[in-house]
Write a protein that binds this ligand. Structure first.
Ligand SMILES: *Cc1c(COP(=O)(O)O)cnc(C)c1O
Length: 406
């Protein structure tokens, strides 16, 4: 029901937002139907807000929650409940949506990785739980195998349990790396094409050896089917960000997988203390927020949304391509951050670096953020734009490129 209501709401806002752009002051055009307080706290604090033409970056505070989510957060803020009771009930609901045996809302994909591994290491045994992250000499397993090309910084999540990371390149190396200390074989979906071993083979090697196998899909939804694809494929746990394209709370994430792993993970999570997960608390509003965000996301017309992103990108692309010596190219990455990504590049006739363009757009009014500034190019995406903002982005980038043309 919430979804239908949400969609209807979006429909009623859209035409107004686009059409009214020139007459209504910028801030009120995109005003959300949710009642807002009269305070502008960002302004009071002197904190700059901006149009996000870059993407879902933590340093830019990720994504904006949909109205259904902020409403759910506000509605749930007025009552108490038992934290475990809420995680039980929400966990079951989400599990049914994503084809998992069990799920738990975590404080981001990063903590889902830490907690998933912690759950595997200790199960629900309180004595083992109390040990982490000091696993040396305890007899607990202590190694995580990854492919070399999947050994990114976010794997620090595993180091937080006290485990070590073992990097391999070939299937043979993976097989040989497995020993009595191996806790987990982990896969990074967004770099799948860079590694020699693909999903199914990685899962098969793990299963053959009786080793749990996990995957990080933090930024890899949409497509919506990725919510269940890797659970269906046999991964024992899957870690997802709630605060990227799902547009749940920015500090939320989802750990989905086998019942015993989720139970083990929860043994490390609040309300329990003296655990490695105590600092990864998720409040009731965030748990409910992510639940509603997933529900809303699954019910979306994804094709329509994709068309909208493409149209917005076209507006920007067409505008800047009219400037002499400017080249445009739109690519939609296939593994993660699956959204049309426009690269705007320019020749030497335009005396401007990507860094300076970024700075000029930041300093403009309204302020705009773009991504990946290089010597003579930048990237732009539309998925974090509000309807109508593409026109402002198109105009501002074009202006800056023209200004710097000789
Ligand atoms: C963003 C990201 C993370 C961290 O996700 P959070 O939800 O911010 O904790 C982990 N892995 C990958 C590949 C990511 O892109």
């Amino acid at each position: 029901m919430i979804n239908r209501r949400e969609i209807l709401k979006q429909l009623t806002i859209l035409p107004l937002a686009g059409g009214a752009l020139s007459v209504i002051p910028f801030a009120s055009v995109l005003a959300s139907p949710v009642k807002k307080s009269t305070r502008n706290i960002f302004e009071e604090l002197g904190v700059r807000t901006f149009i996000n033409a870059a993407g879902t970056y933590t340093f830019m505070t990720g994504s904006l929650m949909r109205d259904a989510v902020t409403e759910a957060i506000m509605d749930s803020a007025h009552d108490f409940c038992l934290l475990d009771d809420l995680q039980d009930k929400v966990g079951e609901k989400i599990a049914a949506m994503v084809h998992a045996e069990a799920t738990v809302v975590t404080s981001g994909a990063f903590s889902a990785l830490t907690l998933g591994l912690a759950g595997i290491l200790t199960g629900t045994d309180p004595a083992k739980v109390a040990v982490l992250p000091q696993i040396e000499g305890t007899g607990l397993k202590s190694e995580v195998i990854v492919q070399k090309m999947h050994a990114i910084g976010y794997n620090h999540a595993f180091l937080n349990t006290g485990c070590k990371i073992i990097a391999v390149e070939t299937a043979e190396e993976a097989q040989n790396a497995i020993n009595s200390k191996t806790a987990l074989m982990h896969f990074l979906n967004i770099e799948a094409d860079k590694g020699q071993i693909q999903h199914e083979e990685w899962v098969a090697i793990a299963k053959k050896n009786g080793i749990p196998v996990s995957i990080d899909i933090a930024a890899d939804v949409p497509p919506v089917s990725n919510l269940w694809r890797f659970n269906d494929m046999g991964f024992d746990f899957v870690a997802l960000s709630g605060g990227k394209a799902i547009r749940g709370p920015q500090s939320s994430g989802l750990l989905m997988g086998k019942k015993d792993i989720i139970a083990g993970a929860r043994a490390h999570m609040p309300p329990r203390g003296e655990t490695l997960g105590r600092g990864m608390k998720v409040n009731k509003e965030e748990i409910i927020g992510l639940y509603v965000a997933l529900e809303t996301f699954i019910a979306l017309d994804h094709e329509k949304e994709a068309r909208q992103w493409a149209q917005q990108i076209n507006v920007i692309s067409d505008s800047v391509a009219a400037v002499p010596a400017v080249n445009v190219k739109t690519i939609t990455p296939q593994l993660g951050n699956v959204t049309p990504t426009l690269t705007i590049s320019w020749g030497e006739q335009i005396k401007l670096s990507g860094d300076l363009l970024q700075e000029n757009l930041r300093k403009g009014n309204p302020s705009i953020e773009i991504a990946a500034p290089l010597k003579s190019s930048i990237n732009v995406t539309a998925w974090m734009l509000k309807p109508g903002q593409e026109k402002i982005v198109a105009k501002r980038i074009k202006e800056e490129l023209e200004k710097a043309s000789v």
